[in-house]
Write a protein of this length. Structure first.
Length: 143
């Protein structure tokens, strides 16, 4: 379960990194370029990763017996709200007939997406620490 959460975090982070590069290209549309052909795929991967993320994290808290559970679940509620808000923004972009660099730049600037990314960085760090056997040191870079 923790690996699934980490994979979901990675998918959203990879999408965001791609979107930063896409926004910088100044493309009027996702038609006719290599990165334009890829943008919808990255966005769709993010949709898959975000769909049900809160429920998956809540289940992991229970399955892993994380304590104090109420602290974990309170944050999962924040993550779920931010994931749902970001999902709505991403789906709006995907519904457009053309995805320009400017549209992606506006998505990247969305406070919803930025809040989600910050949540995911925190969750990913917590998951990495939970994945380590007890007593094993975690390097300062978190990996």
């Amino acid at each position: 379960m923790l690996t699934e959460i980490s994979n979901r975090c990675d998918a959203v982070e990879e999408c965001y990194e791609f979107l930063l590069a896409y926004a910088a290209q100044g493309l009027p549309s996702d038609q006719g370029s290599k990165s334009g052909a890829q943008v919808r795929g990255f966005l769709q991967n993010a949709v898959k990763a975000l769909t049900g993320l809160g429920e998956t994290c809540a289940l992991a808290v229970k399955e892993q017996g994380l304590e104090p559970a109420d602290k974990y679940l309170a944050f999962v509620a924040v993550l779920d709200r931010d994931a749902r808000d970001s999902l709505a923004a991403i789906q709006l972009v995907l519904a457009q007939p053309a995805i320009s660099s400017q549209l992606i730049d506006n998505l990247n600037a969305s406070i919803h997406l930025r809040a989600l990314l910050t949540d995911l960085f925190l969750v990913d760090e917590v998951v990495r620490k939970q994945d380590k056997p007890a007593g094993q040191a975690v390097p300062s870079d978190g990996k």
